[in-house]
Ligand binder design. Structure first.
Ligand SMILES: [Zn+2]
Length: 369
């Protein structure tokens, strides 16, 4: 069964973070990209994938978030070999589990198939993960587009179940890429964006604008939001969006917000709070749930526990009227200030007060999923 067909009536629980999970298990933060392990330490990569499969994930993403020439400081041949190695490892972890006796029969979260004897088997989907190539890495827009195409082609040829673009701050760079990939092969495509707690991406696009742009694109099959925010802010954001957009929606928040401890980024452990919010996110109608930075297989295991009890389940999408969204904009603080007299406004005492806008950037290298 195609992953898109199974999403029509099933909630899919995906995996959690790879990068922060790898760093938690093997150290090396900030010194070695976890993606290099696809070739240097394949057993470590396989182990993390297997942990997620064992926890109940119905979809695992390849360890290729930063597998590009700029982030790995490598040539195209190396990067493509790295991607091929990564897909092979993820497929190995997914396929080994197909024969597992402990398939989750009570859950509708994992794609299950019954053979002639009525035995259910877990089928774990493999997503080919592609993260953004850093815009300041010296590659032109055309070079980045060409490289995304090459990465996607390699993943299609390796037979991934879905190409999974994630943590993107814009769709424009991907539009020609997804068009090219879809014309080449009909592998489903996910585009997942990263926004901050105010609902804006690093490129200044609002979550609403990104969602509607992708909802109207015929080459993209699923849309989502990942990273950038913890589960509380993700839930608040989703409540204001119309996720009833005609495509399956994936939601993967970070575990929370990281703190620097002894020059390491550390996420506070608040699984219970995370899973409560994931439950609310599922109730809004999310089709795919999982975790980003700071999450690990234990988070997915605990989500699956609630899937088994029915507390986390597939729900009809909550439709948010556009009218409501417009009135929210009307009450926007910034818009009000600007309408009352431009960027400089007078206080009651007659002093001019300038309106100052500041940008908040997420901590460096925390958006590695
Ligand atoms: Zn992340």
């Amino acid at each position: 069964m195609n992953i898109l067909e199974s999403l029509k009536d099933k909630l899919l629980v995906a995996d959690g973070a790879f990068g922060t999970c790898y760093v938690g298990m093997y150290g090396e933060q900030g010194t070695v990209a976890p993606e290099l392990a696809n070739m240097r330490h394949p057993e470590r990569v396989l182990e993390i994938h297997k942990e997620y499969v064992k926890a109940g994930a119905g979809l695992i993403r390849t360890n290729t978030f930063a597998a590009n020439t700029a982030s790995l400081d490598a040539d195209t041949d190396y990067v493509i070999s790295n991607v091929r190695a990564a897909v092979k490892l993820a497929k190995q972890a997914a396929e080994e589990d197909v024969e597992a006796a402990d398939c989750v029969r009570t859950s509708d979260a994992v794609v299950t198939e019954a053979d002639e004897s009525g035995t259910y088997r877990k089928k774990v989907s493999v997503a080919g993960d592609i993260g953004p190539i850093p815009a300041d890495a010296g590659l032109t827009l055309n070079e980045r587009v060409s490289q995304y195409k090459l990465l996607g082609e390699a993943m299609q040829d390796m037979g991934v179940d879905i190409i999974w673009f994630e943590t993107f701050p814009e769709f424009n760079v991907l539009e020609p890429v997804v068009k090219h990939l879809k014309a080449r092969k009909n592998t489903p495509v996910m585009v997942s964006f990263c926004v901050n707690q105010f609902g804006y991406s690093n490129c200044g696009f609002s979550a609403r604008a990104l969602l509607s742009q992708v909802a109207g694109n015929q080459d993209v099959d699923c849309v989502g939001f990942n990273c950038g925010v913890g589960p509380y802010h993700m839930l608040q954001l989703l409540k204001k969006l119309d996720i009833d957009c005609g495509k399956p929606v994936s939601v993967m928040p970070n575990a929370g917000y990281p703190k620097f401890t002894q020059s390491r980024l550390v996420f506070n452990d608040n699984k219970e709070g995370f899973i409560d919010k994931i439950q609310d996110i599922a109730a809004l109608g999310a089709d795919i749930i999982g975790g980003c930075c700071g999450t690990n297989p234990e988070y997915i295991h605990q989500i699956m526990e609630r899937v088994k009890t029915g507390d986390i389940a597939k729900a009809a999408k909550v439709h948010v009227e556009k009218v409501q969204a417009d009135s929210a904009v009307k009450d926007n603080f910034l818009k009000g200030r600007l309408e009352r007299g431009g960027a400089a406004t007078k206080n009651a005492d007659g002093h001019k007060h300038k309106l100052i806008a500041v940008g908040l950037a997420p901590p460096v290298r925390q958006n590695k999923s």
